[in-house]
Design a protein around this ligand. Sequence first.
Ligand code: DC
Length: 194
Amino acid sequence: MPFTIAIDGPAASGKGTISRAISAHFGFRHLDTGLLYRAIGAMGGDPIAAARALVPQDLDRPDLRTAEAGQAASRVAVIPEVRAALVDFQRRFALEEPGAVLDGRDIGSVICPDARVKLYVIASDEVRAARRAAELGADPAQMLIELQERDRRDSERAAAPLRPAPDAVMLDTSALTIDQAVERAIAEVARARG
Ligand code: DC
């Protein structure tokens, strides 16, 4: 059984950076599952049809990292049929050797409930807004509004809402440097690998 690592948390919590670092460190494959929803949102048209027809190349679109793409992703992500259409794609990715890191909102709770490591990465709203603003060259106050709106939608939806799996390890990155956060995450994985 390949080793699966689930990393969930709200937008700009640091989960993407941690996931990339862990996958590089352990030689695992990495899937940023937010890109699936971003690609579907960016395609326009019927999101359910787009989800059913999604192919890996759709994740290479150059316009998926913008704040607008994030909002569009969060809107299509409330649709249960969209989520259902993406389950197999994500589980297949998780099951290929040598092991995988998947990051998103519902990986530990729904997609990979048997993941060997589950991290739930958080940071204060202000820290997350400042990080995202620096990344996108945007205004932190505007980013704060945007992130809080997205968190609310992601947490309040009926289908697979954003919340930690009961057995997830919480990692608060508010006061940590990237290196410190990555170090703690690597230590968790190393502990689980024995
Ligand atoms: O991680 P991200 O910011 O790229 O995610 C964009 C949106 O996609 C997020 O606001 C909610 C949705 N999403 C989701 O519902 N489930 C996931 N596993 C990943 C993302």
